[in-house]
Design a protein around this ligand. Structure first.
Ligand SMILES: Cc1cc2nc3c(=O)[nH]c(=O)nc-3n(C[C@H](O)[C@H](O)[C@H](O)COP(=O)(O)OP(=O)(O)OC[C@H]3O[C@@H](n4cnc5c(N)ncnc54)[C@H](O)[C@@H]3O)c2cc1C
Length: 518
């Protein structure tokens, strides 16, 4: 029987036959952990069911955090935990060039190299502090939903009852399949072996382009494994992380050391005296996205909702951001302050973001191929990306900074992330992101103190009077007019921008935070 990893859940002989939670999350990877944290912060009784016995991962997987992900962690006051372990890289890769990201208008104008294992353990530490029960070593095997909730079956015979079930159970999501949600997209055009190996001879470090993609050998030292992201081109040592493009697409088969040997010989003419591999896996450039992120009381997030090539390093990042978009909405529906229709905005906002990531990874896969015409395309792109505006726009896109949810026409801030400005309140200077640490919405009034009155939402929305005289600069947009006030959702996106008067404020408050209290 799987164990509960925190102290506040039912256990042992006292455990009831059917255990109730408001929300059950299937899968405790990065997405499930982030969502659990968001819900717990909002006071929701949430539990995770996780197949793995511990947070340990086979292999390295994701190599770090993009800017917007660091920002959302900063909005909860936990970014420093990740930054302290990672390595700051001020450029984003594009094919075999690197694009400067240091001029993005954000406090965190860098990519944070940090392996997924560390990211997950750090998120798990936060979730543990928030006392979220995790049913570890436990697998969800099925579910049935009715008008009032979902019965969730576990492999050990236990059953959970929840108001909502969220599938954060990865690309092969059982929740998605059992919900009958289509997963349309593109079959793989190529497959790669990825391995951590030891060789007797020094391998050829660096990147070598092949017919259908790149091959890369990067030095793997205990230190770089800790900090994330291998840098190709380093010399010395015999431990390496290899990514090898396979001549034929292979799917489903467990790769072996022999496959790595054959692939090395096919590309380099030698296996460099390959003696062992601590990890061998395979990935493809398959790109698929769930047609719907919600089926009544069942929702999908992270890889369960979208899979694609790891090129661009966006998968984990958009999963964490899916969770931050969904968490506060689901919490309000559970608390009864908002109606279920709020959950439809989750699909409406996050599906287009996922579709754009699929598009980017498909473009990056295509441009990596060895072909004279693609070489010409790469050169055209490199030329364009020498110029500041296209480079800044591309970096903002891949970092998640240019996301704009469609909240209608108006001020450029509407639907975009609020910048982390240093404002001054009656209590002294404070960063805007600090105001979001408790996961509650904020109405930031930058005009006449006390000039905005929202008594009917006072228990749900914090009103902060503040002064700010600096510039408002948005990634990929530039300088924008200073607003008189902004309504900031718990995920950091601007739901309303105040001009003279409070036109549209009541509508925005009702849409996002429910009808006025009686
Ligand atoms: C080689 C490689 C390199 C990558 N590089 C990057 C990168 O640089 N940057 C980046 O952002 N992303 C990268 N990714 C993608 C990233 O690893 C994923 O996008 C990320 O792990 C998705 O997180 P998730 O929580 O949605 O799903 P997962 O991490 O897959 O977590 C799902 C969890 O659900 C559990 N589970 C599954 N089924 C059940 C069940 N029935 N019951 C209970 N538990 C279940 C699993 O054990 C797992 O813990 C890479 C992936 C690969 C393979």
């Amino acid at each position: 029987m799987g164990a509960l990893s925190s102290t506040n859940g039912p256990r042992g002989a006292d455990e009831p036959k059917v255990i109730g939670h408001a929300v059950v999350i299937a899968g405790g990877g990065p997405t499930g952990l982030m969502l659990a944290g968001e819900l717990a912060l909002a006071g929701v009784d949430v539990a995770i069911v996780e197949r793995r016995e511990s947070q340990a991962l086979d292999g390295l997987r994701a190599g770090g955090l993009h800017i917007r992900t660091i920002e959302v962690l900063d909005q909860r006051g936990i970014a420093d935990r990740f930054i302290a372990q990672g390595r700051v890289v001020r450029s984003a890769p594009f094919a075999d060039t690197a694009l400067d990201m240091s001029d993005q208008p954000t406090r965190h104008n860098y990519y944070l190299a940090l392996w997924q294992d560390r990211i997950e353990r750090t998120l798990a530490g936060w979730v543990d502090e928030l006392k979220v029960p995790i049913y570890r070593g436990c697998e969800v095997t099925g579910f049935a939903q009715d008008d009032t909730g979902v019965d969730v079956d576990l492999a050990d015979g236990r059953q959970l009852r929840a108001q909502y079930l969220v599938g954060c159970d990865g690309g092969r999501s059982l929740i998605r399949k059992k919900a009958g949600i289509d997963f349309p997209g593109w079959d793989p055009s190529t497959s790669y072996l990825i391995a951590e190996i030891e060789t007797d001879e020094e391998p050829q470090w660096g990147v070598r382009r092949g017919e259908k993609g790149i091959n890369a050998i990067g030095k793997l030292e205990p230190r770089s494994r800790e900090a994330g992201s291998l840098s190709s081109g380093e010399v010395g040592g015999t431990c390496a992380r290899v990514v090898l493009n396979e001549p034929d697409i292979v799917q489903g088969e467990e790769p072996t050391l022999s496959n790595v040997r054959e692939a090395l010989i096919a590309v380099y003419g030698t296996d460099f005296g390959l003696c062992k591999a601590s990890y061998v896996s395979r990935f493809t450039d398959m790109a698929r996205q769930a047609a719907r992120y919600r089926d009544r009381r069942v929702l999908l997030a992270g890889d369960a909702a979208h899979v694609h090539s790891p090129k661009g390093g966006q998968g984990l990042n958009i999963g964490v951001q899916d969770a931050v978009n969904l968490g506060w909405k689901l919490a309000q529906v559970i608390h009864g302050t908002a109606t279920e229709s709020l959950l439809d905005t989750y699909h409406a906002e996050r599906h287009p973001v996922g579709a754009r990531v699929l598009r980017n990874t498909m473009a990056l896969t295509a441009i990596d191929r060895k072909d004279d015409r693609l070489e010409a395309l790469r050169e055209v792109m490199y030329e364009l990306l020498q110029k500041d505006a296209p480079r800044q726009q591309y970096v903002a896109m891949v970092s998640g900074l240019d996301i704009r949810y469609d909240l209608g026409e108006g001020h450029p801030l509407l639907g975009r992330r609020v910048p982390d400005l240093d404002v001054v309140t009656a209590d002294g200077p404070v960063r805007v992101f600090t105001l979001l640490h408790d996961g509650r919405p904020v109405l930031l009034n930058l005009g006449e103190p006390g000039g905005i009155e929202i008594a009917a939402w006072a228990t749900r929305v914090k009103v902060i009077d503040a002064k700010y005289s600096g510039a408002w600069e948005l990634p990929a947009v530039g300088l924008v007019a200073a607003p008189a006030a902004v309504l900031i959702r718990p995920d950091g996106y601007v739901a309303w921008v105040g001009g003279p008067g409070q036109k549209g404020l009541t509508d925005a408050l009702t849409t996002w935070f429910g009808p006025a209290a009686a």
